[in-house]
Every structure is written in C-alpha cells, then in structure tokens.
Design a protein around this ligand. Structure first.
Ligand code: IPD
Ligand code: CA
Ligand code: CA
Ligand code: CA
Length: 273
C-alpha cells in the first residue's frame, strides 16, 4: 500500500495542535497522580487522556498502522514492519506535575524501522520541532541550521545528577571527570527536550543509561537530520523494539565521549531497567 506522507504529516500536526491546546487550557485543573514502577515514577490522568486521544484518532484514520506508546493500549510490536507511530504523550511528567513547564509531546513515525518524521512539541513555549528524514528540520516555521563542530572543553552536556552517584549502570568516576572537563552540565528532566536541545546546539550532548523507544523515537530523527549522532552508550544502533541507553551528541565530540568518559559497568545488561 502506497502511503500518503503529506496526509500523515498533516494529520499528526492537527493532533499535536489539539493536544497542546487541551493541555494548556487545563494546566491548573486538578489532576489525578498515580505512581508506576516506584513512588517517583509518576503518571497522571492527562498522560493517559492525551495518549487515548492520539491512538483513537490514528486507529480510525490509519487502521493498518501500528501504535506504540508509554501509557499502554498500543500494539504489541513483534517486528518493525510497516508504519509505526511512537508516542510519549507527556515526556517529563514530573516536570508537568511539579513545574507546569519543561515537558513535551514526542511523536516519531517510522517505516520498516526507519525514522521518517519526528515531532517534539514544547507545549508551554509553543515550539514545535519537526524533521522529515532527508528534508531538513524546523522549529515552528524556521529551518534549523545543521550542527557545527565544537571542542569538548567548550561543551555543555546534559546528564541527570543521579548518574554521578554510585549506580548500577555507569562509572560515576568517569562521568565526574567529564563534568570537570566540559564548560557546564545541565539536567532538564525531559529526554525529548534534551534531544532537541542537542539538535539545535543549545547543548552538545545528552547521556542517559535508560530510555524507552517513546523517549527517543522522535528526537533521533530530528538530531540525525541536523548532523548529530544518536546511539546507545556502546555506540550501537537504537531500535524501536527495545529499551536502551542513549548517547545523543554533536558528531565532533561523540568519539571522545565514548572513549574517555562513558563506561558501562561490566555486569549491566542493556535495556534491563
Ligand atoms: C522520562 C523523562 C526523563 C528521563 C526518564 C524518562 P516520562 O520520561 O524523559 O527525563 O530521565 O528516563 O522516563 O516518564 O516523564 O515520560
Ligand atoms: Ca513515565
Ligand atoms: Ca518519556
Ligand atoms: Ca511520558
């Protein structure tokens, strides 16, 4: 079946605009907050409502497409065949709950495992980051310039402070050396936003040992379109079928980060959280 990519893009944009309006207009309404894997892993009725809104509409319009999303009710993907919509309805739920800012809707559309279109909507700033594979990336209507080379000493790197304490995944000693080497570190609490910040050169790398496909699916397409690199922390290709560690980086510092500052602990298996 020949896919109408213009129609898919337009449909995705309409859903994103409506979802954004919904979130903004109800931002200070009371929300129901539940926890998932632990007491700091939050989910709200809004996360679930937004995912339902996307999935019901996509299923009606494109019944032959597959759906993958954080809040369940998607398809059990056995392979990457066909078109897959990968949604994180609210990336940065903790920020959404506590700060009412610094969260985004993340939507990646893949065909046979290859990222075709990535959308990341920074709801509060009204900024839609969009890339279409091979056709450039945009922030609202403005074309984003490709990334320029930088040196590590002048880099800003996003990493959650938790990984600088002793943990099961990464050598915190090596990360500590990195923090001393670079110009500055940041932590925004939304993987999708951290990815577009690398894509736009606001920061130069983002390091995290645990993400799910809905966290990185859209960001990967945008980052790569601008010349950035997005792999696991072992420099392997990311797959939309599994959880993994993620290194998002300006290409000019990626090798140095991997070689000198990122070390997986020996018995740690990729993707097992
Ligand atoms: C989380 C955020 C956070 C990252 C977590 C993600 P959520 O997504 O992106 O920055 O560190 O690993 O799970 O749960 O807010 O959609
Ligand atoms: Ca979550
Ligand atoms: Ca997420
Ligand atoms: Ca989420």
């Amino acid at each position: 079946m020949k896919e109408d990519w213009k129609k898919i893009e337009q449909f995705a944009r309409t859903l994103l605009i409506n979802a954004t309006k919904n979130i903004k207009s109800s931002l200070y309404d009371s929300i129901t907050i539940n926890t998932k894997s632990n007491e700091n892993d939050l989910v709200t009725n809004k996360d679930e409502e937004i995912q339902r809104y996307f999935f019901e509409n996509i299923k009606t319009e494109f019944p032959h497409h597959s759906l993958l999303g954080e809040e369940g009710k998607g398809d059990e993907l056995k392979n990457v065949n066909g078109i897959v919509w990968i949604l994180d309805p609210i990336d940065g739920t903790m920020n959404f709950v506590h700060q009412k800012r610094n969260f985004a809707i993340s939507l990646g559309i893949y065909e046979n495992g290859i990222g075709k279109m990535g959308f990341i909507f920074d709801v509060i700033h009204n900024e839609l980051y969009f890339a279409k594979r091979g056709e450039g990336a945009y922030l609202n209507d403005q074309k984003i310039s490709p990334l320029k080379n930088i040196v590590l000493e002048e880099a800003i790197v996003a990493v959650n402070a938790i990984w600088l304490t002793k943990n099961r995944y990464l050598s915190h000693e090596k990360l500590g050396l990195l923090i001393k080497k670079i110009r500055g570190s940041r932590s925004y609490g939304s993987a999708a936003l951290e990815m577009v910040y690398v894509a736009t050169g606001r920061i130069d790398a983002y390091i995290t040992p645990r993400l799910s496909p809905w966290d990185f699916a859209a960001g990967k397409i945008i980052v790569e379109e601008l010349g950035g690199i997005c792999t696991t922390l072992k420099n392997e290709e990311l797959s939309i079928l599994k959880n993994s560690s993620v290194l998002v980086s300006n290409a000019s510092i990626q090798n140095e980060l991997l070689t000198n500052y990122i070390e997986f602990l020996p018995d740690q298996k990729e993707g097992k959280f």
